[in-house]
Design a protein around this ligand. Structure first.
Ligand SMILES: [Fe+2]
Length: 493
């Protein structure tokens, strides 16, 4: 029988009329941090799952000062499950950012929010609630609006503090900075709306120090969300979706998608400088998430989700709290899996949509990041207009076709799944897909065998607490955590 300990009660205060990201059952925040050990399961938990499934998300405690809440304002909370020897332990923990700690001390919200004017951007709280990676034996939470990552202990996910990379980089990084698990490097970019350089790019080494960093020259401030990496290159995004500069001068924020401007993808050697970058022009679009990229002769092959309608049509009478529902639902921006090719010899780019379905939030076997791989695990946009997914598609990138899929029963939702390689497994897809699955006030962990996804989950683990819809997830291999910790111990002697 599972044992559940309540570690902390949270003084939830955030509230706003019409705001589903605060009040809908699928999103409202949870009010306590718990530890649940020896969880029982329906179907045995495989003994060859070793590591941590961790998912970040927004769990607002206090109100933005204006009372206007955007989902991305919400404080980061990780929901982490540790697997070992066929057993699972669940913990959820606030990311104890400097901002949240100050608000807890004051007992109220101290920061503006994303729905406030441009002048508020300078004072935004780094919620650290967008993304999470494992690097140097610690989990690091990342924020889509950049900022210092927060370091979390890999055993109990307590916050260790903001990461300045041992004093080597204090200007923060963006979400979707990527870990190359084969070299241990963290490959990052950041961006700024109000001061040049509008983008910086660099690499943190496996011991957590900057090994290279450079400014990237952009024509103006941009809103990049992701990038691609290959073994030798990184591909940065300059997309024609940005804050309207005329309104920006008046201190107002309105997103503009300029269909007259090309999307530009900048190929830079992994440790290169801004002067080395080569830009490739493609059709205008916006892209949230990339899948993977690799080098193929003179070309870089890159898969990502190109949006057909980056700015959704919003009905006039929509209450302001609900405008975000349109931007945050893939039903409205219509992503399509697209194959890009950048030819480094000719300087030409090509692109083609390879799947007409509305999917996003992909995951791959992370050991294949940056090298040729075959399988992407993409998630299906749910019918209801929120940031929710309703199933997994297994897509063969080499043959450009769907090979398997699993749709959740009606009324259940999931987020981004992770691929957990089977201990001792050899093939790329020899492992498990893992995700939290929720309905109303109940959550479970689903585990699928990646080679037989369509057969449904082989194990389900009911959880003692609901899981609000969230953002990104990561699989941290137990062996990587132990190896990094041994290396740190050796380095400290
Ligand atoms: Fe993202």
């Amino acid at each position: 029988m599972a044992e559940v300990i309540v570690d902390r009660k949270l003084p939830l205060q955030a509230s706003e009329e019409h705001n589903e990201y605060l009040h809908h059952d699928a999103f409202r925040p949870v009010d306590k941090e718990i530890t649940a050990t020896d969880l029982s399961s329906i179907g045995d938990i495989p003994k060859d799952i070793d590591g941590v499934y961790i998912r970040n998300g927004h769990n607002p405690v206090y109100q933005p000062k204006s009372g206007r809440y955007h989902w991305f304002d919400g404080d980061g909370m990780v929901h982490a499950t540790t697997f070992a020897d066929g057993k699972a332990t669940f913990r959820n923990r606030m990311v104890m950012t400097t901002g949240l700690a100050a608000e807890m001390e004051a007992g109220r919200g101290l920061y503006p929010g994303l729905r406030d004017g441009f002048e508020a951007e300078e004072g935004l709280k780094n919620s650290s609630g967008t993304d999470v990676v494992l690097h140097n034996g610690e989990f690091k939470t990342l924020f889509s609006r950049c900022g210092q990552p927060y370091r979390l202990a890999a055993d109990d996910f307590r916050t260790l503090g903001p990461d300045d990379f041992k004093g080597s980089w204090e200007r923060g990084i963006s979400a979707h900075s990527k870990v190359d698990e084969r070299t241990g490097e963290l490959i990052f970019f950041n961006y700024s709306f109000n001061s040049e350089p509008f983008m910086e790019y660099g690499v943190i080494d496996k011991d957590n120090r900057v090994s290279s960093v450079t400014a990237i020259d952009l024509p103006g401030p941009r809103l990049p969300h992701d990038s691609w990496v290959t073994e030798n290159y990184t591909v940065l995004h300059d997309l024609p979706l940005y804050w309207d500069s005329a309104l920006l001068a008046l201190g107002k924020k309105k997103l503009k998608f300029d269909r007259d401007l090309a999307s530009r993808f900048g190929v830079i050697p992994r440790h290169g400088s801004g002067g080395d970058i080569r830009w490739f022009e493609c059709e205008p679009t916006y892209m949230l998430h990339t899948v993977n990229a690799w080098e193929d002769g003179d070309e870089i092959v890159a898969f990502g989700f190109k949006q057909l309608t980056p700015i959704p049509k919003i009905p006039r009478e929509t209450p302001s709290a609900r405008v975000q529902n349109y931007f945050l639902s893939f039903q409205f921006n219509q992503p399509r899996l697209t194959e890009y090719r950048f030819n480094l010899r000719t300087g030409k780019a090509s692109e083609r949509i390879v799947d007409e379905q509305c999917l996003e939030m992909p995951n791959i076997n992370a050991r294949y990041l940056g090298i040729r791989n075959r399988y992407a695990y993409n998630t299906m946009a749910a019918e209801i207009p929120y940031f929710l997914m309703s199933g997994i598609q297994k897509f063969d990138l080499q043959n450009r076709r769907e090979v398997d899929r699993y749709e959740l029963p009606k009324g259940k939702y999931m987020g981004q799944p992770v691929f957990s390689p089977r201990v001792g497994g050899k093939d790329e897809d020899d492992g498990y897909l893992i995700s939290y699955v929720s309905e109303a006030n109940h959550a479970e962990i689903y585990i699928w065998q990646a080679q037989t996804l369509g057969d449904g989950p082989i194990a389900r683990i009911p959880l003692p607490q609901r899981i609000p819809g969230g953002s990104h997830a990561y699989w941290g291999n137990g062996s990587d955590i132990r190896e990094a910790q041994m290396r740190q111990t050796a380095n400290s002697h």
